[in-house]
Write a protein that binds this ligand. Structure first.
Ligand SMILES: [Zn+2]
Ligand SMILES: [Zn+2]
Length: 140
């Protein structure tokens, strides 16, 4: 799986003249290991535990910079933006109760016949969202 990683970002940052501040580095380090599809607010909270100086603007700037370069994906659910460091095609399971978003590997879902869709356009890829109750919420 292809994921966001600090080394790639540092190389790109150098080429594009973006300064890698300790705050930016902390944001990227958190994102690259995040499995929970965090919101920008989650990122702010975690990063500020280590660097109380990272502003909301720094978090958003860094997110946008990464998104523009295809290193970070966004998922919108219920009007809330979540970030996904896994930029390999994959599906998601979203719990309707706790809002947890889990990755589902692309290969886990049978292939879909998209020939019918050629009337609309040429499909190049697709990602699906499955909704329901997660394991935890089922037990409650
Ligand atoms: Zn749940
Ligand atoms: Zn994901």
């Amino acid at each position: 799986m292809e994921r966001l990683n600090l080394k790639t970002v540092e190389k790109l940052a150098k080429e594009h003249g973006m300064k890698m501040t300790p705050q930016r580095r902390a944001i990227i380090m958190y994102l690259q290991s995040a499995k929970n599809h965090p919101t920008p607010e989650d990122i702010l909270k975690v990063v500020n535990r280590r660097f109380p100086m990272a502003s909301r603007a720094t978090v958003y700037n860094t997110i946008n910079w990464l998104k523009e370069r295809g290193l970070l994906k966004e998922i919108f659910e219920g009007g809330i933006m979540r970030l996904d460091p896994n930029f390999h095609s994959h599906h998601h399971f979203i719990c309707r109760k706790c809002g947890k978003v889990e990755d589902i590997e692309f290969e886990m879902v049978p292939d879909i016949d998209v020939t019918e869709l050629s009337r609309i356009g040429a499909v190049e890829n697709f990602e699906l969202t499955f909704r329901g109750l997660c394991k935890n919420c089922q037990l409650k």
